[in-house]
Design a protein around this ligand. Structure first.
Ligand code: GLA
Length: 397
């Protein structure tokens, strides 16, 4: 169902702002943490969540800024006679689990759907929005990912067959309803919209209190998926800012067969995009080189820069893309990404500093080697396949 064509209907006049983005007290910088889906999928258990929380602390990820430990789909059991949703046997005591995660100085996230069922077929929140929001608050939940899924056939297509505009109204109203239900609890809970970027979500999600919204279909642990999603972020820059972020989906760093260069480039570009940094790998078995990527403080600082400006792709030459991100204090970050599978040595890429608005030769820091680097106009840059040169320049004038 996620693969339905995107609708670009403009319905921005429909929602009544519950809060303006500027008032949002949470997600001032893109949320950082970990989510269970990209590695555990439907197998995640209470123990996996506890082990991951432990590992976030012992791996240095917590010190580097990772805070949220998010349970994705498949935690739900059945509703009792009063409609109260019980967790299933994989999660014996949600309150105790939340207390455990909090005891580590971390926060905990959960997952639901505005439909009757989640994407994996578990119980959704339809008709129980206030009740579920209250229960999340009682458990001490700090983050909700709200995933459209069965709301499409069960409500949108059923109530408004053949009327795309009416379907989108129903969808927006469903997100607005949960946002209000969360607010009514009085607990600050990050609201993550997951509806795959339909109906220009970036135009209406901030007004209803969304802190982040998926901009695309699901990510997968392969370069093609990562690069396709990266390319789809162009044009969305102006919608990101403190309290409200474009979400190109959770990280696949350390998953599948991604090469080290691919992992580095993926992480670098998500930081350039001011994307939420939600790791999705098997933390207890994380290799040191993956840990080093996820905890590179200089790269994380790009993502968490208080200005909250998402990078622009300034130009491309062959398979090399050049992106620029404005940072606070007049600093900039430049990313030069070899998206192709060939090493650029016989025909190296030549940098055009004019296109980047850089004057003369500038000094910066190569954020992966940690060394000083000089960027000169027309300089040849050799990049391995799918590797990146990521440079921070403190002041450009
Ligand atoms: C959808 C979402 C994923 C994940 C799964 C869970 O596919 O886009 O991120 O939450 O549902 O079923």
């Amino acid at each position: 169902m996620r693969r339905l064509a995107l609708s670009v209907l403009a319905l921005t006049s429909f929602i009544l702002p519950a809060t303006t983005p500027a008032q949002s007290p949470i997600a001032k910088t893109p949320p950082m943490g970990w989510n269970s889906w990209n590695y555990f999928y439907g197998k995640v258990t209470d123990k996996d969540i506890r082990d991951s929380a432990d590992q976030i602390v012992s791996s240095g990820m917590k010190d580097a800024g990772y805070v949220y430990v998010n349970i994705d789909d498949t935690w739900q059991g059945k509703r009792d006679a009063n409609g109260v949703l019980q967790a299933n046997e994989k999660f014996p005591d949600m309150k105790a689990l939340a207390d455990y995660v909090h005891s580590k100085g971390l926060k905990i996230g959960i997952y639901s759907s505005p439909g009757p069922r989640t994407c994996a077929g578990y119980e959704g929140s339809l008709g129980h929005e206030e009740q579920d929001a209250k229960m999340y608050a009682e458990w001490g939940i700090d983050y909700l990912k709200y995933d459209l899924c069965s709301f499409i056939p069960a409500v949108m297509q059923k109530q408004a067959p053949n009327d795309k505009a009416a379907q989108m109204h129903l969808m927006i109203a469903a997100y607005d309803k949960m946002s209000k239900a969360l607010k009514a609890t009085g607990r600050p809970i990050v609201l993550s919209l997951c509806q795959y970027g339909w109906d220009a979500v970036w135009e209406w999600a901030p007004a209803l209190g969304g802190n982040l919204w998926r901009t695309t279909d699901d990510i997968q642990a392969n370069w093609n998926s990562i690069y396709t999603i990266l390319s789809q972020q162009e044009g969305l820059q102006k919608y990101a800012g403190p309290g409200h972020w474009n979400d190109p989906d959770m990280l696949e760093v350390g998953n599948g067969k991604l090469s080290l260069a691919e992992n580095r480039s993926h992480f670098s570009m998500w930081a350039m995009l001011s994307a939420p940094l939600l790791a999705g790998n098997d933390l207890p078995h994380m290799k040191p080189e993956i840990n080093a990527i996820l905890t590179n403080r200089d790269v994380i600082a790009l993502d968490q820069d208080p200005l909250g400006k998402q990078a622009d792709r300034v130009y491309s030459e062959g398979e090399v893309d050049v992106w620029k991100k404005q940072l606070s204090g007049g600093a900039v970050a430049i990313a030069i990404l070899n998206a192709g599978s060939d090493r650029q040595s016989t025909h190296p890429f030549h940098l055009d500093t004019k296109k980047l608005g850089l004057r003369g030769t500038v000094k910066g820091k190569d954020l992966w080697s940690g060394k000083e680097i000089e960027l000169k106009d027309n300089m040849p840059i050799e990049l391995n396949a799918r590797d990146i040169l990521l440079v921070r320049i403190e002041k450009t004038k």
